[in-house]
Design a protein around this ligand. Structure first.
Ligand code: FAD
Ligand code: FMN
Length: 763
């Protein structure tokens, strides 16, 4: 085969090597515009795992790369006059120039024709080749020449960065340095890659970059300013640029590239040309070289070039998506870093280490158990004012708000049971809630409990608008208080436009087959063409609904509930006022966010006035309508939360969606937690995170990183009411209270867990 690799970076060179290794008879040319030695950039990070892959593909070059590797295990974070160092992270680095020189030498030895100082621009020149590999980097010309076929999605990220180098030593740790300047925060990612040189990437927000005047400076002036900013860490050493070839500024915005197709006829894209990974997860070269191995391999194992391209693309796209998802989290963390710069250094460090969400609490324990133990101690001291003698996982640290102390931070999320009769909770409810309270969670929520018969979602929803309801709820609350140390919260709501519909396991949100009742909402906007058009509320309706909430709250006080939550999410009545998708009013309750929040705030104030001072009120909101800028966005959710907290709300329960039938939610593990993170850290309020959180490890990571104060689990508690007690047993945590009649079960469970751990060598 005659193959032309356009671009002699890691992708092009390593592909040429891999192809020749598989069949020396191939005629392979690498065309590179630069000279062999004038490679730009500094160090490249590869993992041990990548090196094993390289070794299996070509032991000769892998051996040379390994010989030149600089290893380091620690990550040091310099922030607010502190240096937090954790270990066990295991990185290795090599100079980009050294790496390319090794690959060039190896390619030459295998008979690859290396053509330097040759610009590939006229692709017709390569029409006699069987295969053309577009390995020409992030700004690939090969890609641009067939842009309609490859359909690149290029996401230009917000921060400005510049790749610099220094002879200051950062050989003991991968180092992050955050410096506050008069123009804003500027930070550096620094790592050693040979005996006397380190990469030093300087990064900041575009606003800071402009305020500092970097947009108007040449590279020498910019370097001089950066040297001043980082002087304390650079010592006497200078910063150096080797990107003077770049037209205009050496400062860049990272381009996240992902092509829809990676091949066309006999042309295939490889490395940065096909897909990039942000430098903060250090995987660009790894991706490029591992993709080169896959492509060369499939060209030999598959029956045709077309089949080889298909296998290559299928396999590598999955890997790229995985990495790009982690890289996106990491990129966004740096873009939003100003949100976290008020955090204590311990929490800031934890947040940074777990930013990509690939590293969790238990991963950190494996990497550096001593560091994690100190961090857990800090968490407990910060929360309770006491330094613990024996550490416990963050999920078991109590949480206090007003006069209520929760024994831990696991919450049973509100879940409609559709088992009430005329709004009356039944024995089902007694048993259901009692089981969850016995199961170890610190706080158990009731389902959305409706403030009036017409405010119910379905005929089987629970209510609190009748003396009988109060009595039935009191029986449940009394049992939980007498038999467990869990607290119980009532969630009050009104269904609005989603009322008079079928129970959850029938057709959710669809009208009843018969017996529908009239419904009200902020505006006459129906949920779907099948639903009734709700009547727009007038002031008498508003007065009635407000009084219904007050009445229900008074009954909840008498029933003994510890905590009140107002349900302002998921498209129900209060939510219909908040989101512009369903609030089309032209009076003082519609229009601006202030106006749309007016009625929900009036209801809150009225409820707060009758709710005991020493008991908290939380509000559940939909922090994202998932319809883009037409609806509530995560940014609006911060403004909503600020208004609620200013009014006296104690905690925001951060849910999302269910406000519009045209929403396009992006699901995934912990998918709503970023909204809680944003609200907590931008508005400075206590939050509860919810949504696809199902492992103790998730909860501990969320809490320790300061992304929420409490964590709600819904479906996991349907599957296992004893979820928290089992999590405690997994941690060997002895402080979780089991009901006395169940102690024998506890002892056996702990014994079995500890035996299993001994057998697997965990202890
Ligand atoms: C300037 C620069 C510096 C970098 N520095 C670092 C670093 O220090 N550390 C790190 O981890 N990552 C660095 N990266 C990112 C990382 O190297 C890439 O993810 C990785 O190199 C991807 O490999 P690649 O071969 O696909 O692309 P590249 O490494 O970008 O290689 C593409 C090659 O194609 C050549 N080329 C482009 N167009 C043409 C053309 N028309 N004709 C001929 N040749 C052409 C380029 O000169 C280049 O050598 C850097 C990237 C760039 C562009
Ligand atoms: C059966 C069921 C009923 C629910 N009922 C309510 C409810 O009454 N009020 C509410 O705010 N959320 C309700 N939800 C949403 C949950 O509280 C929670 O936000 C959602 O299920 C995501 O959490 P999970 O991934 O842990 O299940 C319900 C969820 C389920 C599964």
């Amino acid at each position: 085969m005659r193959a032309a690799c356009l671009g002699g970076g890691p992708a092009g060179l390593y592909f040429a090597i891999s192809l020749k290794r598989r069949d020396p008879s191939h005629d392979v040319v690498v065309v590179e515009r630069n000279r062999p030695d004038d490679t730009f950039g500094w160090g490249v990070v590869l993992s041990d795992e990548t090196l094993d892959n390289l070794n299996a593909n070509d032991p000769e070059s892998a051996g040379l790369i390994r010989n030149d590797f600089v290893y380091w295990d620690d990550i040091a974070v310099h922030y607010r006059d502190t240096v937090a160092t954790s270990t066990g992270h295991g990185f290795c680095g090599i100079g980009r120039k050294r790496l390319l020189n090794i690959l060039q030498g190896r390619a030459r030895a295998l008979g690859v024709d290396l053509q330097f100082e040759t610009e590939a621009k006229d692709f017709d020149a390569y029409r006699d080749f069987d295969l053309i590999v577009g390995a020409d980097g992030v700004n690939s010309r090969v890609r641009s020449s067939h842009v309609d076929i490859f359909k690149p999605d290029i996401d230009v990220r917000a921060c400005k960065y510049v790749w610099l180098g220094t002879h200051q030593k950062f050989d003991d740790a991968f180092t992050f340095i955050f410096e506050e300047t008069e123009h804003g925060w500027i930070w550096a990612h620094a790592y050693q890659f040979d005996a006397d040189t380190a990469t030093f990437i300087v990064e900041c927000s575009e606003a800071t970059w402009r305020r500092a005047g970097f947009d108007r400076m040449g590279i020498d002036e910019a370097i001089a300013i950066c040297e001043k900013i980082f002087a304390r860490k650079l010592g006497e050493h200078k910063l150096m640029s080797n990107a003077r070839h770049l037209r205009g500024s050496a400062w860049l915005n990272f381009n996240r590239v992902l092509c829809e197709r990676w091949s066309y006829r006999n042309i295939v894209l490889l490395g940065d040309a096909a897909a990039t990974a942000h430098f903060s997860v250090g995987s660009g070269s790894k991706l490029a070289m591992e993709s080169a191995i896959a492509l060369a391999g499939y060209l030999h194992t598959e029956s045709s070039m077309e089949a080889a391209f298909r296998r290559y693309e299928d396999e590598r796209r999955l890997e790229v998506l995985r990495l790009q998802s982690a890289a996106r989290n990491s990129t966004e963390w740096f873009e939003d870093v100003e949100r976290y710069l008020h955090l204590d250094p311990v929490q800031f460090n934890y947040s940074l280490l777990t930013r990509s969400q690939r590293i969790s609490h238990e991963n950190l324990r494996q990497r550096d158990s001593a560091w994690l133990a100190d961090a857990e101690k800090w968490f407990e001291k910060n929360a309770t004012g006491r330094t613990p003698k024996v550490n416990r996982a963050p999920m078991f640290v109590p949480f206090r708000v007003r006069g209520v102390e929760l024994k831990n931070r696991v919450v049973v999320s509100p879940m409609a049971q559709y088992r009430a009769v005329d709004g009356n909770p039944t024995d089902w409810h007694l048993i259901h809630y009692a089981e969850r309270a016995k199961g170890g969670a610190g706080l158990v929520f009731t389902e959305m409990t409706c403030v009036s018969p017409e405010g119910r979602i379905t005929p089987s929803c629970a209510g609190l608008y009748h003396d009988e309801h109060e009595k039935a709820w009191k029986r449940i609350v009394d049992f939980i208080h007498a038999e467990t140390d869990a607290k119980i919260a009532i969630q009050l709501g009104h269904s609005g436009a989603k009322g008079s519909t079928q129970v959850g396991w029938e057709t959710m949100d669809a009208p009843l087959a018969s017996g529908n009742w009239g419904i009200i909402s902020a505006s006459p906007v129906r949920w779907s063409p099948d639903n009734q058009v709700p009547r727009e509320m007038n002031s008498a309706d508003m007065g009635k609904v407000r009084d219904d909430y007050v009445h229900a709250a008074q009954m909840a006080v008498r029933a003994g509930f510890d905590w009140l939550e107002l349900h302002y999410a998921h498209g129900y009545l209060m939510s219909s006022f908040i989101t512009p998708l369903t609030n089309k009013r032209s009076d003082r309750y519609g229009g601006s966010l202030e106006n749309r929040m007016r009625f929900p705030l009036e209801v809150f104030h009225a409820a707060r006035a009758v709710w005991p001072d020493d008991k908290p009120i939380s509000v559940r909101i939909s922090a994202n309508d998932w319809v883009g800028p037409d609806g509530i966005t995560p940014q609006d959710a911060v403004a909503i939360s600020r208004m609620l907290v200013e009014a006296g709300v104690d905690l925001i329960d951060v849910s999302a969606g269910q406000t519009s039938a045209r929403a396009k939610p992006v699901y995934g593990r912990m998918f709503q937690t970023p909204f809680s993170d944003r609200i907590r850290n931008e508005a400075g309020v206590a939050t509860m995170a919810v949504g696809n959180i199902y492992q103790p490890d998730h909860i501990n990571s969320i809490l320790m990183a300061g992304r929420a104060d409490l964590v709600c689990l819904a479906r996991p508690h349907l599957a296992n009411p004893y979820w928290t007690l089992h999590a405690a047993a997994d941690f060997g945590y002895e402080g979780a209270a089991w009901p006395k009649p169940y102690l024998a079960g506890r002892d056996q469970l702990y014994r079995l867990k500890s035996r299993a751990e001994n057998m697997t060598g965990k202890v």
